[in-house]
Design a protein around this ligand. Sequence first.
Ligand SMILES: C[S@@+](CC[C@H](N)C(=O)[O-])C[C@H]1O[C@@H](n2cnc3c(N)ncnc32)[C@H](O)[C@@H]1O
Length: 275
Amino acid sequence: MFALVSQHIPPRPFLKWAGGKAQLIQQYQSHFPQRYKTYYEPFLGGGAIFFHLSPTQAMLTDINPELVNVYRCVKESVEAVIARLEVHHRSHNPDYYYEMRSTPGKTQVEKAARFIYLNKTCFNGLYRENSKGEFNVPIGRYKSPRICNPDLLYAVSQTLKHTEIQVASFDAVLNYATDPQDFVYFDPPYHPISLTSSFTGYSRYSFHAQDQIRLRDTFAELAQRGVQVMLSNSDCEFVRDLYQDFNIYTISASRAINSNAQKRGKISEVLVTSY
Ligand SMILES: C[S@@+](CC[C@H](N)C(=O)[O-])C[C@H]1O[C@@H](n2cnc3c(N)ncnc32)[C@H](O)[C@@H]1O
């Protein structure tokens, strides 16, 4: 059993998530708006920018219901999630991993703890499903993965207390963000920079050129309302053309550059703002 009093640590992402923004925050810092009231993050993923800003009022959405359930359970039932993660931690070995992978939890908390357990122990923290919607990533090669970090989960739970968390497609933000005091940050699946570099991280939720166009239209509609909007994407002609009416900044990132996720290289990305 864990003590209920946790050490105070700042919140940060508690999941490994493809496209995480943690290393880019320094470069983003000067581009965040000076003031805003409600923060919206419609492609939540690992939520690195949300945790960095820790806004007092926020709405977080993602199209992946399993991911949204994790955030909701950490917000509302953090002790139960930690207790369940401890069981996974004690039991972890390859046989147990594959048993858990094929056994969806029954309760919301079981599902959330299973998601975190698999995320911390699977290959590269990938999220991939087969055609039946079953998580199918093999076990990763970690000596002693940190499956449960109670202090971090308590800190995250506290930060999430001020948020609303929902399953939604990104364009649902049009129903909520209407005020110039609102700030919307979009971190979509990136547009592939070459035909061979199509990104396989998000199976069921693949994002095509027409989705990028719909996203640009959503961005433009919000900007027209005076909402402060910011977006990350890959640095390519298609994206630069889509956002030519807005401010485009070049960001330097270290990313997996080919099919071998261990090989990293410098690559440029763009950050777009409406303000
Ligand atoms: C690049 S990740 C976000 C990374 C995250 N902001 C971070 O810093 O770790 C993209 C997320 O968009 C979600 N997604 C994909 N298609 C979507 C859609 N049409 N509407 C909303 N979310 C979507 C995926 O489930 C995934 O969690």
